[in-house]
Every structure is written in C-alpha cells, then in structure tokens.
Ligand binder design. Structure first.
Ligand code: 0O2
Length: 209
C-alpha cells in the first residue's frame, strides 16, 4: 500500500527489497571480515559500528517523484543509489580511507561513484565519505548486480551528523542563518578534534605520518 502508484505487483516489490537486503548482507560480511583481520594484525578495530538500513517505501516514492523519475521497479533500480544503505563508523579519520580501499579493492565490488565530503565538506560542515558500489548477490539460479550506498565516517563525524539530522537537516530551509553558522562551527571543531586524536594515536603508537 505504501508503494501506491508504482506500476508493479506486490510480489515484484517484495522481491526487489529482498535483493537489496541481500546486498547489504554481502557488503556487511565483507566489512566484518576486514575488521577481524585488521584487529588480528594491528590489535585495534578500525570499525566501531556498522549500521544498515533499507530506504522506506515512502522515502523511495518521494525521491522518485521529487527527481521526476518514472514510478516503476526498473526506475528504482536505474535511478536510486541509496535504497540499500550501510553506514560504517570508524575510530580515526585515516581508518575511513583504509576501510574504503580495502573494500573497493575486492574484485567483485565495482565503485559506481565516490563523494569525498571530508576533503570537500558540505557548506554546513557535513563530513563523510560516500561510495556507491555494485555487488553481485548469488540467488538460487542467477547472479544479480545490486547497488549499495556506503557512508563511511568517524565516531565524531557521526555524532555531528546524527544530531544535525535530528534537529535541522531537511527540516528547515537555510533561513536560520545563526543556527546554521553554529552547527558549521561545531562540525569544524569536531573535525579539529578528530585530527588531534589521530595525531595522538600516531605519537603514542609511534606510527609514521
Ligand atoms: P537520510 O534520512 O539520512 O536517509 P539526495 O540523496 O538526492 O538527497 P545526493 O547528492 O544523491 O542527495 O546524496 P548525498 O548528499 O551525497 O547524500 C545524501 C545522504 O547523505 C543523506 O541521505 C544523509 O544520510 C547524508 N547527508 C548528506 N548531507 C547531509 C547533511 O548535511 N546532514 C546530515 N545529517 N546528513 C547528510 P538522505 O536520504 O538525504 O537522508
């Protein structure tokens, strides 16, 4: 019912959502394996937490309509990159790039797009590395390439993004200039702290820059 207006049967939609769930499982398993290996080698975890989500039907329909795309299953597959989403929360800034490289160097993963909002933060101070990847899922009698959006950020960046999402993101236009300015200042202070923590780790563990 929530997919009202989509030219497809309920079972087609249910199947598509199942494929996205399987794609999330595939990527999450790869990340869990990498974290285990890293922990064994370096005695610390580059990944703190992994959160996964499937975009809600209402949000899928809203995005198709907002962007002027056809309301069909094929259109969801062709036009939406973030139906399956994984958020990887890393300990330190350099872990973000290590995790991204280790994941995307695997030969069954293809990078479709990459947005580095850490090197180029959004105007409001939002920082995160966004990757859209394509990964095959293996079904009973076929192999299907599926898209997953992977957002990788530090604990500190996630702290800011979660609170900003709760109190501001998409809730208001940018008219509250003072609030936006203060949020941006918080994001910048948080990033400075992230860089300091990285330096402290490198000094303590005697690592090269
Ligand atoms: P939600 O509720 O987190 O799922 P579009 O997806 O078309 O709006 P685009 O350019 O395709 O935009 O994607 P973009 O901006 O690279 O990434 C969108 C996602 O990144 C958002 O998903 C958020 O999760 C996150 N994000 C981007 N900018 C901000 C920001 O300023 N603040 C916070 N808190 N999160 C941000 P959704 O689907 O918009 O929202």
């Amino acid at each position: 019912k929530q997919f009202e207006g989509l030219e497809s049967t309920f079972s087609e939609i249910k199947m598509l959502m199942t494929y996205y769930e399987c794609a999330i499982l595939e990527v999450k398993t790869k990340l869990d394996v990498l974290n285990k290996e890293f922990q064994a080698n370096e005695l610390r975890n580059p990944i703190e937490t992994i959160k996964t989500r499937i975009k809600s039907p209402a949000s899928i329909m809203e995005k198709l309509e907002r962007k002027g795309f056809e309301l069909s299953i094929q259109s969801i597959k062709d036009n939406l990159d973030d139906v399956a989403g994984i958020r990887v929360i890393c300990s330190f800034v350099d872990d973000i790039y290590k995790v991204a490289d280790m994941l995307t160097n695997q030969d069954d993963i293809k990078i479709l797009s990459k947005k580095d909002y850490i090197k180029n933060p959004k105007k409001n101070g939002y920082r995160s590395l966004h990757l859209v990847v394509e990964i095959p899922i293996f079904l009973s009698n076929e192999k299907k390439p599926m898209r997953v959006e992977v957002q990788i950020r530090t604990i500190a960046m996630d702290f800011w993004a979660s609170l900003e999402h709760e109190i501001h993101y998409k809730k208001f236009s940018n008219s509250n200039v003072e609030a936006v300015k203060q949020l941006t200042e918080c994001a910048d202070v948080i990033y400075e702290t992230d860089m300091k923590m990285l330096k402290i780790r490198k000094n303590l563990l005697d690592e090269e820059d």
